[in-house]
Design a binder for this molecule. Sequence first.
Ligand SMILES: Cc1cc2nc3c(=O)[nH]c(=O)nc-3n(C[C@H](O)[C@H](O)[C@H](O)COP(=O)(O)OP(=O)(O)OC[C@H]3O[C@@H](n4cnc5c(N)ncnc54)[C@H](O)[C@@H]3O)c2cc1C
Length: 80
Amino acid sequence: MAVIAIGTSANPIVQSTTPGLNTNKRNYIEADAMTQRTSRKGVFAGGDIVTGAATVILAMGAGRRAAKSIHEYLTTPGTW
Ligand SMILES: Cc1cc2nc3c(=O)[nH]c(=O)nc-3n(C[C@H](O)[C@H](O)[C@H](O)COP(=O)(O)OP(=O)(O)OC[C@H]3O[C@@H](n4cnc5c(N)ncnc54)[C@H](O)[C@@H]3O)c2cc1C
């Protein structure tokens, strides 16, 4: 018997444990495509939890954009 044990959907625990974090009807986190900012101040998201099952290169791109935004958020007060 072969048991396929991969996860390719969002864990519903995300919404139930994180008030103020907007998700879409498929339970993925809503994040700005340019900054990776979410609806919750100081929280950034990217990768499969935003796009749904995708690719490593897309997740890496989101990570780079998020890093830039996080730096801006931490070093420039009042930018949120
Ligand atoms: C079988 C399979 C084959 C694939 N092959 C390819 C391929 O050939 N090429 C390609 O480009 N892409 C491939 N992909 C897609 C690729 O793996 C994903 O797009 C990529 O890994 C997404 O990266 P991510 O950082 O968004 O998420 P992930 O890599 O899934 O990282 C999320 C991390 O969060 C951790 N985590 C989850 N919940 C919690 C929690 N509550 N607290 C702390 N940590 C938590 C997880 O353990 C995991 O380490 C494949 C995917 C699958 C399933």
